[in-house]
Ligand binder design. Structure first.
Ligand SMILES: Cc1cc2nc3c(=O)[nH]c(=O)nc-3n(C[C@H](O)[C@H](O)[C@H](O)COP(=O)(O)O)c2cc1C
Length: 400
C-alpha cells in the first residue's frame, strides 16, 4: 500500500503527466474554498464555475462540464487562445467605444451571444426563462435548444422579442417539419441547425460525475424509450418513441430540404473546415457557427479558434461567421473578432451563472465579458468592431 501511494505521488508530481492530466481531474480537485456568495462578488466568469459546482448535484454538474473521451478538445478550446498574441496600437482616442455588431439586418449592442444549451431546468428551476429574462435585461441574442425545458413560445415571451431556434432533427421528417414550423410561428428569424452529432458521443466525464452522485437518478429520469424527449416541450405532439437526435444518414440534401421548408435564415452550427464552409455557400446556407459543441462532439483535439481562420477565408465575407468554444475572457472575444468572426457565443459560462444564482448570475456573466471586451478594445486602440482587424494579432497565426 505505501508503495502504491508513493507511486501515485510520484505520478502526480511528474511534469510530463501534469500536462496530460485529464481536465476532469482538475475539476475533481477543485476545492470549495473562496466560493462567491453573490453575483456582484465575481471578478471573472471562472468564479461562477466554482459556485455552480457547489450549487449543483454532481450528475448535473458532470453533464455540463463534460467533453468527450479524455476531454482533449474541451481543453484545446481554451488553450487555443494562447496561440495568438495581441498587437495593441497606441495614442488612439478611445474615450468612446462601440461594441455593436449586425446579424441578418439586426443590430446588437454586443457581439456576445447565448449558445443553445439543453435541459436548463437541470441547472436552475427557472431554466431557459431566467436566461431569457437576463438576455432581455442585457439586450443579448439568445439561441434556444431543441432539447430545452421551456417552449419556444414561453422563452420568446420571457425574452420580450425574437430568439433564434436551434434544431436537432428527429429521425422522422414530419417531426422535424412540425418543430421548424413551430419555431417559425413563434417569430424566430433564424434556424440554427446543429450538424456535429451524427453518431452519438462518449461523455466519460459525465459518467464519472454521475457515478459519484448518491441520489437516485431514476426518481427523475425514466429509462423508457423516448422518455427523455417526451418531457421536453418542443416534442409536444411529436412521436417521442421514434426520436433519435443523432441522425447518421443526414447529408447536404437535408440542408437544401430545410431551406425549402422555412423562410427563416438557416445557420449551420458545428462547421470546422474550409471544405464544409464552401459547401455551406454552395447549398444556400445563410450563416455559420464554427463550433465543436464545446468539446462535446468528436475528440478532434482542435480548438475552434484555430479552425476559425480557414472558415473565414473560405467564406470571404459572403455570410456571417460566428464561433463558440472556450470563450471566457474579453481578450478571447477580441481575438476571434480580429480573425473575422461577426459574433461569438458562450455556453458554459452563462450556465455557471444560472446554476449558482439564476437570472442575476447570467446577467453578471454577460456584464463581465462585455466589460472585459470593452477594456481590451480600448487597450488596443480599437473603437468599433470594424476596426478590429487581423493586424491586431501577432504574426504567428498568419504564418501557420
Ligand atoms: C450542458 C450543455 C448542453 C448543450 N446543449 C446543446 C444543444 O442542445 N444544442 C446545441 O446545438 N449545442 C449544445 N451545446 C453546445 C453549446 O451550444 C456550445 O456549442 C458550447 O457550449 C460552447 O462552448 P463553451 O461551453 O466552452 O462556451 C451544449 C453545451 C453544454 C455545455
Amino acid at each position: 500500500m505505501p508503495d502504491r501511494r508513493a507511486f501515485l505521488k510520484f505520478l502526480a508530481g511528474s511534469p510530463l503527466l501534469a500536462g496530460l492530466l485529464p481536465f476532469r481531474d482538475a475539476l475533481m480537485q477543485q476545492t470549495a474554498e473562496s466560493v462567491i456568495s453573490s453575483p456582484a462578488e465575481a471578478i471573472n466568469v471562472f468564479e461562477f464555475e466554482v459556485a455552480a459546482r457547489k450549487a449543483l448535484p454532481p450528475a448535473h454538474f458532470g453533464y455540463m462540464a463534460t467533453g468527450v473521451d479524455s476531454d482533449a478538445t474541451l481543453k484545446a478550446n481554451r488553450e487555443g487562445f494562447s496561440h495568438y498574441d495581441l498587437r495593441p496600437r497606441r495614442l488612439v482616442d478611445v474615450s468612446r467605444i462601440d461594441l455593436s455588431t449586425e446579424l441578418f439586418g439586426v443590430k446588437w449592442e454586443s457581439p456576445i451571444v447565448i449558445s443553445p444549451v439543453g435541459s436548463q431546468k437541470a441547472f436552475h428551476p427557472e431554466g431557459e426563462i431566467a436566461v431569457a429574462k437576463a438576455a432581455q435585461a442585457k439586450r443579448t441574442l439568445q439561441i434556444l435548444s431543441t432539447v430545452a425545458t421551456s417552449s419556444v413560445e414561453d422563452v420568446t415571451s420571457a425574452r420580450g422579442g425574437p430568439i433564434w431556434y436551434q434544431l436537432y432533427t428527429t429521425n422522422k421528417w414530419e417531426g422535424t417539419q412540425k418543430m421548424v414550423k413551430r419555431a417559425e410561428a413563434a417569430g424566430c428569424p433564424v434556424l440554427v441547425f446543429t450538424v456535429d452529432l451524427p453518431a452519438g458521443r462518449n461523455t466519460e466525464t459525465q459518467e464519472l460525475f454521475r457515478r459519484n452522485d448518491t441520489r437516485q437518478c431514476s426518481n427523475c429520469h425514466s429509462a423508457a424509450p423516448g422518455a427523455t424527449y417526451r418531457r421536453k416541450p418542443m416534442f409536444d405532439g411529436i412521436d417521442a418513441t421514434s426520436i433519435a437526435l443523432a441522425s447518421p444518414a443526414l447529408t447536404w440534401e437535408f440542408v437544401r430540404r430545410l431551406k425549402d421548408l422555412t423562410s427563416m435564415k438557416l445557420v449551420l452550427k458545428g462547421i470546422e473546415t474550409h471544405e464544409d464552409a464552401a459547401l455551406c455557400l454552395e447549398n444556400g446556407v445563410d450563416g455559420i457557427i464554427v463550433s465543436n459543441h464545446g468539446g462535446r462532439a468528436e475528440e478532434s483535439g482542435r480548438a475552434t479558434i484555430d479552425c476559425l481562420p480557414e472558415v473565414v477565408k473560405a467564406v470571404d465575407g459572403r455570410i456571417p461567421v460566428l464561433v463558440d468554444g472556450g470563450f471566457r475572457r474579453g481578450t478571447d472575444i477580441f481575438k476571434a473578432l480580429a480573425m473575422g468572426a461577426r459574433a461569438i457565443c458562450i455556453g458554459r459560462p452563462y450556465i455557471w451563472g444560472l446554476s449558482a444564482f439564476g437570472q442575476p448570475g447570467v446577467e453578471r456573466v454577460l456584464d463581465i465579458l462585455r466589460r472585459e471586451l470593452d477594456l481590451v478594445m480600448r487597450q488596443c486602440g480599437t473603437r468599433s468592431l470594424r476596426e478590429i482587424s487581423p493586424a491586431f494579432i501577432a504574426d504567428s497565426w498568419r504564418r501557420g
